[in-house]
Design a binder for this molecule. Structure first.
Ligand code: ASP
Length: 306
């Protein structure tokens, strides 16, 4: 048993060509390290797994390299529409938002939904009303503008092409997530994303959907997914990991591997996930070229890209 423990991801896919540049690679890695330290420090100070995953995800949302918060991709009409979710494995309470704009840390808004509403999932402009009531600042589009994301959008703008951060080419990685177990053995998961470049019609991926991209249950595991969202939705991927553990009695590792390497592949999808159980076991499978990921407990510290 090695608790507390924290695992994070920064999206799965193929590394952008710029990652071959050592300096840029280091920047991606530094952000992962910062997120791990921030989230793990809370766990060491007896904060809950829920607080830890929210903190780790918010650090990555503040880094423009990742497709969440500040670094969110552009929609077909040049906006940033963000999705996020958080779930407490002890209480099964959850909060989620989809299609929101101007919020620096969508995961914190999801956490406020969990704590301060009788609801689980809020969307669009009405969710923004709740955000303002809760005192969230609405940031201008310029806060979310980055040349890198703008160029990605320009490359497909006006076409029917919808680019995942995971598609072939320079569009890989980005969605962020965290899973944690605290010193009381409680689990939590959180995921945050800008979705897909050039998305339209209010497209929402798996990230904010409880059971698809995000799930936590103390008796099994906490899971955060990244990849081609539509397939994770069809496969109810995060919940599938939990179900395999609960109903078939398989280990976290086996359940996580089967979902990514068998089930998701059968459905035609690509991506990865991070998962953790109440013993502090961690699994981080992906069926893409790579996945930004990292973990930390009292004995181990790891960050990886490919
Ligand atoms: N799963 C996310 C979505 O489909 C994208 C990602 O993981 O990068 O919106």
């Amino acid at each position: 048993m090695n608790i507390p423990a924290l695992a994070i991801h920064g999206g799965s896919g193929t590394a952008p060509s710029s990652i071959r540049d050592k300096k840029i690679k280091k920047m991606y890695q530094n952000a992962l390290e910062e997120a791990l330290y921030a989230g793990f420090t809370l766990l060491k100070q007896d904060y809950t797994a829920l607080e830890s995953v929210a903190k780790a995800v918010s650090v990555l949302e503040n880094c423009e390299l990742y497709n969440a918060g500040k670094g969110s991709v552009f929609t077909a009409d040049g906006q940033h529409e963000m999705d996020a979710a958080i779930m407490d494995g002890k209480t099964f309470e959850a909060g989620a938002i989809a299609g929101i704009q101007g919020i620096k840390n969508p995961v914190m808004l999801a956490k406020d939904i969990l704590h301060h509403t009788p609801f689980v999932f809020l969307s669009g402009s009405k969710a923004m009303e709740f955000a303002q009531l809760q005192g969230f600042e609405i940031h201008p589009p310029s806060y979310f503008h980055s040349q890198y994301r703008y160029d990605q959008w320009q490359a497909v703008k006006g076409s029917e092409e919808v680019k995942l951060d995971h598609s072939k080419g320079d569009y890989k990685f980005g969605t962020v997530g965290a899973v944690a177990v605290d010193i009381n053995g409680n689990l939590a998961a959180a995921t945050s994303t800008g979705g897909m470049t050039n998305k339209k019609w209010g497209r929402v991926g798996d990230s904010p959907l409880i059971g698809a991209g995000t799930y936590a249950n103390n008796t099994t595991c906490a899971v955060s997914c990244t990849g081609y969202g539509e397939y994770f939705i069809k496969g109810v991927a995060a919940y599938d990991v939990s179900c395999r553990m609960e109903y078939s009695g398989v280990t976290l590792k086996q359940a996580s591997n089967d979902v990514i390497h068998k089930r998701l592949k059968e459905l035609g999808g690509e991506g990865g996930l991070i998962s953790i159980d109440s013993q502090g076991n961690i699994s981080m499978p992906f069926n893409t070229e790579g996945m930004y990921r990292g973990m930390m407990n009292d004995e181990d510290f790891f960050t990886g890209i490919l």
